[in-house]
Design a protein around this ligand. Structure first.
Ligand SMILES: Nc1nc2c(ncn2[C@@H]2O[C@H](COP(=O)(O)OP(=O)(O)OP(=O)(O)O)[C@@H](O)[C@H]2O)c(=O)[nH]1
Length: 232
């Protein structure tokens, strides 16, 4: 696709523990389906979807990273060039929520520039609030913005992470909090479209150098976190 085919191109990277539903979120958004028997991601994968927002064509390059620890050295190299970072956990899996500070450390270490993280998920324990807050401050100091997302809300009866915990966690770090279901398609469009809106907004404010919106490793873009916008 040549530059004439779109007005903006943004790179979004999904990270989070294995099995939280990153691939399913991406496939729901890009292909409109919930893949049966979705296998674990090997390394990284990416899909592209172009959306039209207020008359402007926005090409989203969505990178889906493997959650398994053994792929970490591969996936880390993709953080730094992201325009946005979606940190995902599973609301039915306490462990995936407890690992969030670890993911924030990863971001701190490997995401050189600007990140939007959508936190889909739950609440967090008091004892890692300090760590989280310091990570968030570090991120902000580098113009990184984190958004947290909690997936699998269709499994309400199996919920292990209460919504208020996640909201508190997100609020403590000035992150957006969103809960989704890739299976039922709840909030999936909203997640990506709101993010696209915010990326455009930031680009227009010259916080994002959109003349080179296909970032190469080592590059990054400045964005701040999203507020909802209407998509036409
Ligand atoms: N009920 C329910 N199951 C989901 C949802 N999203 C994903 N799953 C299931 O969770 C499992 C893991 O989904 P994946 O999308 O492969 O998870 P992942 O985070 O990409 O996993 P890795 O590739 O190993 O990092 C699969 O069995 C999916 O069917 C959801 O919203 N609701």
């Amino acid at each position: 696709m040549s530059m004439e085919d779109y007005d903006y191109l943004f790179k979004i990277v999904l990270i989070g523990n294995a099995g939280v539903g990153k691939t399913c979120l991406v496939r729901r958004f890009t292909q409109g389906l919930f893949p049966p028997g979705q296998g674990a991601t090997i390394g990284v994968d990416f899909m592209i979807k172009t959306v039209e927002i207020k008359g402007e064509k926005v090409k989203l390059q969505i990178w889906d990273t493997a959650g398994q620890e053994r792929f970490r050295s591969i996936t880390q190299s993709y953080y730094r060039s992201a325009n946005a970072l979606i940190l995902t956990y599973d609301i039915t899996c306490e462990d995936s929520f407890r690992c969030l500070p670890e993911w924030l450390r990863e971001i701190e270490q490997y995401a050189n520039n600007q990140v939007v993280t959508i936190l889909v998920g739950e609440n967090i324990r008091h004892n890692f609030f300090l760590l989280v807050i310091s990570c968030a401050l570090y991120v902000w100091s580098r113009n990184l913005i984190l958004v947290l997302v909690g997936n699998k809300i269709d499994l309400a009866d199996k919920r292990e992470v209460h919504r208020q915990r996640a909201e508190d966690f997100a609020e403590a770090q000035s992150m957006l909090y969103l809960e989704t279901s890739a299976k039922e398609s709840d909030n999936v469009e909203k997640l990506f479209l709101d993010l696209a809106c915010e990326l455009i907004r930031e680009a227009k404010q010259n916080k994002l150098d959109n003349n080179d919106t296909a970032p190469m490793p080592g590059e990054g873009k400045t964005i701040s976190y999203l507020s909802c916008c209407n998509v036409n």
